[in-house]
Structures are given as C-alpha cells and as structure tokens.
Design a protein around this ligand. Structure first.
Ligand SMILES: C[S@@+](CC[C@H](N)C(=O)[O-])C[C@H]1O[C@@H](n2cnc3c(N)ncnc32)[C@H](O)[C@@H]1O
Length: 311
C-alpha cells in the first residue's frame, strides 16, 4: 500500500501512523519541513508547490483552521482528490467537526467544482510604473501587498536613487540584489522595475513562493534566479552582492531573522548594503547588531527599516 501524506510536520508523525500507511511519501510545501521530517523519521519527502502524482492507494491531508488558511486548505484538498484518482482521501482535521464537513463538502459534495485560487494585484513605488503580481495560496500575504514589504522596497529604491546605495546606472556594472524570503517577489520586482539595471537573485523556503516568483519573473519580463532554500544556500552566498533586502518572519524569537542576518553577512561584498524591515525595531536591532555595526533605523509606513553596511 502506497500512501501520500500532506500537511504533516515532523512532530505529527509517529510509528502508528507510519504503520497504518504502508509505504509513505510525505509532501511538504516548505523545505524547512522536509529537512525536519527527513532528519527525524527518515521518510521519503517531496517538497513541491503541488502534490506529486503517483499510483497512490490513499492520500491523507492534515489540516485545520490553525494549520492551513481557508484557501490553501481548499486548494490542497482539490489536489488530493485529483492525485488520489478515486482512491480514498482521509482528512485528519484539527478543529470542529462542522468545519471539517464544510471543507469536505466544498471539494467532494455534489455541487463541488474545481476552483483556481490564484490572485493578481498591483503594487508600485514612487516614480516607477505599477507592476502586476501573481500570488498563490500558501504565499505570504496572499491576495494583497504587505505594507512591510512595500516599505522595504520604497526605502531601498530611495536609498539607491539618492546615492546612499548603488543604483547600477550609467557605466557601472548592474547591481547584484539578493531578496531573501522573497515570497512572490514583491520587493525584488519593485526594486528591479524601478532601477532597471539590477541582477536579481531571490530565495525562499516555501515552494509556492518560488513558483509565484518564477511566474512573476516571466510575466514581468524581469529575469530573476529564484532559489528554494532555508539556509541561504551557503555556496552561492559568496560576498558578491551589492544589496541584501529581507522582510523576515518574526515568529520563533528572531531565530529566522538571525538566519537572514547570517546570510546577508555572507552574501554581501565589503561595502554592500543590508536592509531589513520589521514592526519592532527594538526587538530586531540587537539581533542585527550581532552581525553589523552602524545600524540606522528608517521609519516608513508604520514599520522600521534597519539599514547597515557590511565592513
Ligand atoms: C514576511 S514574508 C515576506 C515576503 C515578501 N518578501 C514580502 O515582503 O511580501 C517572509 C518570507 O520568508 C520566507 N522564509 C521563512 N523562513 C525562511 C528561510 N529560512 N529562508 C528563506 N526564506 C524563508 C517565507 O516563506 C516568506 O515567504
């Protein structure tokens, strides 16, 4: 018996579940969870934006309001139905029975219809044409522009235009720009669209963010190398970047912000500029100061952008 599990994290998997499932393949959206499952359980794990096709005897989906946003749950359950191809789909629902039934009804009920949850919206920085971005369920801030990301893009563009940071104009080489935790690419594409002469590299740990950023690169005609990684792929982060920008998630007591700072330090050339946006500068500042000196705080849109230069 071959079972596909999706929505399970390392802590949700135990011997009984594995024994019930026969030959298990785990599907995850975020590469961090792939590393955790492989390390803890040594199970075959696939990290991809969509469920892998296979000759599955059963598909099991762990979800619930606190685990998966509504649209992502519907989108993944539609995929479960498709890849199960008539074989059983088990929904391990963490939450109220009636919410589970409502979810299942929308995908398996008699009025069910396959829906697309892709969204499009525009974003802009001053002095540049608006850009249209695609986002997918699972992407950060699906369906709308994050004000923190927008604040970050605005500050980077203003710093480049005022000559504080390089802009890649005139006879100079293109600016090498690293957008870490790129999501669908909001920050990188706004900056590259406004400055024109930019070599864009983007990193995200979430496979749907990487998929959306690749779609946006093609749609906008802005070339970008988009990398799926949760540790900044060390060998690529080689002191060759002029600018690093990040809007890190602030759960886990700044542990991820710390990964962003470490990557910035490795990736930037001496004299390269690091920009990080946050709500609470007092919380992030001590973390950034472990890696960089001369950190300045630039307020914007109710957020703080911390700026520093690699020595
Ligand atoms: C707050 S969102 C910012 C998204 C986008 N830059 C914006 O401003 O709208 C943070 C992003 O970081 C990604 N992320 C989280 N941990 C990461 C890690 N260790 N390495 C790379 N990306 C990570 C998340 O998947 C998410 O897309």
């Amino acid at each position: 018996m071959k079972t596909l599990l999706t929505g399970y994290r390392a802590a949700d998997i135990d011997r009984r579940l594995v024994a019930d499932c026969g030959e298990v393949t785990c599907h995850v959206l975020d590469i961090y969870h792939r590393h955790a499952i492989e390390k803890t359980h040594h199970l075959k794990t696939v990290c991809s934006p969509h469920l892998p096709e296979g000759d599955w005897d059963a598909v099991r989906f762990r979800t619930g309001p606190k685990l998966t946003s509504g649209e992502l749950a519907l989108d993944i359950l539609q995929e479960c139905k498709r890849v199960a191809a008539g074989k059983p789909v088990v929904v391990d629902f963490v939450g109220r029975e009636r919410d589970r039934n409502s979810l299942v009804e929308k995908v398996f009920g008699k009025n069910a219809r396959e829906r697309s949850f892709e969204a499009r919206y525009t974003a802009s920085v001053q002095g540049a044409a608006p850009i249209e971005l695609v986002s997918l369920p699972g992407c950060f801030c699906h369906r709308r522009t994050d004000e923190g990301g927008l604040a970050l893009a605005e500050v980077v563009v203003a710093s480049c235009r005022s000559g504080v940071a390089p802009s890649g104009g005139g006879q100079t080489a293109p600016v090498r720009f690293l957008d870490m935790g790129c999501g669908n690419g909001l920050v990188g594409f706004l900056v590259a669209g406004a400055l024109k002469h930019v070599e864009l590299v983007m990193v995200d740990s979430h496979s749907r963010a990487v998929e959306a950023a690749n779609i946006n690169s093609r749609n906008l005609g802005i070339p970008a190398e988009v990398i799926l990684a949760d540790e900044g792929t060390p060998s690529r982060m080689d002191a060759s970047f002029d600018i690093f920008a990040g809007n890190p998630p602030y759960y886990s007591e700044y542990r991820i912000a710390e990964v962003f700072c470490e990557t910035a330090k490795r990736a930037l050339k001496p004299g390269g500029h690091c920009f990080l946006v946050c709500k609470n500068a007092d919380g992030l500042r001590p973390v950034v100061e472990r890696y960089f000196s001369g950190v300045e705080t630039i307020p914007r849109r109710g957020y703080a952008v911390l700026h520093c230069v690699r020595s």
